[in-house]
Structures are given as structure tokens and as C-alpha cells.
Design a protein around this ligand. Structure first.
Ligand code: GTP
Ligand code: MG
Length: 263
């Protein structure tokens, strides 16, 4: 069974840290098949040689070279690389070939343009994965420090909804860095406070109408995560398993043969 977890979200929202935490958690479970890390961020500063890396966009594109060659700034060069990569479905298919049985954890860039309007970039990459039979889950990360600033949090949730529209795939919002705001135990009160804020807005005001949208989309579906707490990663993992419609043991890859049977 082919599965890929895409971790997307604004710059600095904790995507790479979350990818590493999920990978470490699964590796710690000593499963039969390893969860593999895929780096799609050309500007990443993590070592390319990191163990359990499946592949890295920097193998083919160097950000500085693209900047120099096309006289682009770092953001323009990054968008150029993503677009080239997304459109090169054949290259991507070749990259996916060795990982037919594996769980890929895909760390994505922090340029929000890639998720809200760029055509032929992330949306093409995700389509190619789906064309190759992958079950996809997208996590959209929002920094916990947004929560205390209600307007910022609402903006973050709105961007996540626009990303969902653009990427053509449902996504799960994960609030990262919960350790900074006192741990996941604080989530209920932070969420109540956000809801109180929305409830006190005039129904016909912009924020009042936004509140109705959030009611429809169910802000209770947002998952708070504290990477410093293994139970928190275990909880997130459980949710991913539910979404994939599998019990945790299957997604833990303990039953290698079962996966082969299903292929
Ligand atoms: N306290 C705390 N800091 C975190 C956590 N996750 C990330 N950080 C810090 O936040 C900063 C950004 O984290 P990254 O994981 O690199 O975020 P990112 O979304 O991958 O960033 P870009 O790839 O640049 O978009 C780093 O300084 C991390 O150490 C967390 O769960 N708790
Ligand atoms: Mg990163």
C-alpha cells in the first residue's frame, strides 16, 4: 500500500520539525518498513545525507544556481524550481518507483504562494502522487503563537481553506509548537477563547460571517501537537490511521505481508 503524508504550511510554522518527529516516532516503533523522509524544500538547511531520506529536491535543483541563471531572487527561484519539478511528472514517477511499499513523509517549502495560487507546483506534485496510486494526507501547520492572536489564527485557518481549494485535497490543520503555550492540555481553553471571540462579533460583520464559516468547517477538527511529548505524536499518528481507514498496526507497517497481499 502506498501512502504519503504531505506537511505544508507557512514559513517557520514547524513543518520540518514535525516531519522529523513523526519519522522518529515511527522509527522508534521498530516497524518492518521504514517511514521515509522526502524533502521538497529547495531552501532547506537540513543535511542532504540524513539517514532514512528517500529523496531530496536539491539533488536536481540548486537554489543559488537557479537564482544566478535566471536572475531571480530566492522566492522566485524557489517557485521556479517547484514549478519545474511539479511539471516533470516523469522524473517524479521515477523518484517514486523505489518506494512502492513505503510511507513517505513529504516536507514542503514555506512559501505560501505554492499552496494558494501557483499552478504546476505543489498541486501537480500531489496529483502525480495520486496518479501513482498513493493515498494522500495533507497536514497544514499553524504556529501555536497564532492562537493568542485571534485575528492571526483566523487568517491562518482561512489560508488553510484556500490551500485546500487550490491543492484539491482535504487537509488537516495541525497547531504546532504547543509546548510554547503550555502544552496540548491548554488547547481546549485556547479554542474556547477563540470561539468566544467569534461569538461576540456582530452576525453581519465580516468576523461574524467568518465565524459561521468556521462553524461549518468545524474548528474542533484542528489538532494541537507538542513534538516534545511522544503521546502527542502518538495521538496524531492515531488520527492519521483513522483517516487512512487503517488500524494503527497496519500503518505501523508491522505486517509487511499484508501490504504485499493488497498490492
Ligand atoms: N518550541 C518549539 N519550537 C519549535 C517547534 N517546532 C519548530 N520549532 C522551531 O521553530 C523554528 C522553525 O521550525 P521548522 O521546523 O524549521 O519550521 P518550517 O515550517 O520547516 O520552516 P520553513 O521550512 O523555513 O518554512 C525552528 O527554530 C524550530 O526549532 C516546536 O514544536 N516547539
Ligand atoms: Mg522546513
Amino acid at each position: 500500500m502506498k501512502r504519503a503524508l504531505f506537511v505544508v504550511g507557512p514559513a517557520g510554522s514547524g513543518k520540518t520539525t514535525l516531519c522529523e518527529a513523526i519519522q522518529d516516532y515511527l522509527l522508534g516503533k521498530n516497524c518492518g518498513i521504514l517511514p521515509h523522509y522526502v524533502n521538497l524544500d529547495p531552501a532547506s538547511n537540513i543535511p542532504q545525507s540524513k539517514s532514512n531520506n528517500a529523496w531530496d529536491i536539491r539533488e536536481k535543483w540548486n537554489l543559488e544556481d537557479v537564482m544566478r541563471l535566471y536572475q531571480l531572487g530566492p522566492n522566485g527561484a524557489l517557485m521556479y524550481i517547484l514549478e519545474s519539478f511539479g511539471k516533470d511528472a516523469e522524473h517524479l514517477a521515477e523518484k517514486l518507483q523505489p518506494w512502492q511499499e513505503d510511507f513517505l513523509i513529504v516536507d514542503c517549502p514555506g512559501q505560501i504562494e505554492a499552496y494558494i495560487h501557483q499552478e504546476g507546483g505543489m498541486n501537480s506534485v500531489i496529483s502525480t502522487f495520486k496518479d501513482h496510486g498513493y493515498d494522500i494526507i495533507i497536514l497544514f501547520t499553524l504556529d501555536s503563537t497564532f492562537i493568542n492572536n485571534h485575528r492571526k489564527m483566523l487568517l491562518g485557518v482561512l489560508i488553510s481553506l484556500v490551500s485546500m481549494l487550490h491543492l484539491g485535497e482535504a487537509l488537516l490543520i495541525v497547531v504546532t509548537k504547543m509546548d510554547v503555550v503550555g502544552g496540548v492540555e491548554e488547547w481546549d481553553s485556547l479554542q474556547d477563547s477563540l470561539q468566544d471571540f467569534l461569538n461576540t462579533q456582530e452576525q453581519n460583520s465580516f468576523l461574524g460571517k467568518l465565524g459561521n464559516i468556521f462553524d461549518k468547517f468545524g474548528i474542533s477538527e484542528i489538532i494541537p501537537v507538542d513534538v516534545t511529548e511522544p503521546e502527542s505524536i502518538a495521538f496524531l499518528h492515531g488520527r492519521l490511521c483513522n483517516i487512512l481507514g487503517q488500524d494503527e498496526d497496519q500503518v505501523n507497517f508491522n505486517d509487511n505481508d499484508a501490504d504485499h497481499d493488497e498490492e
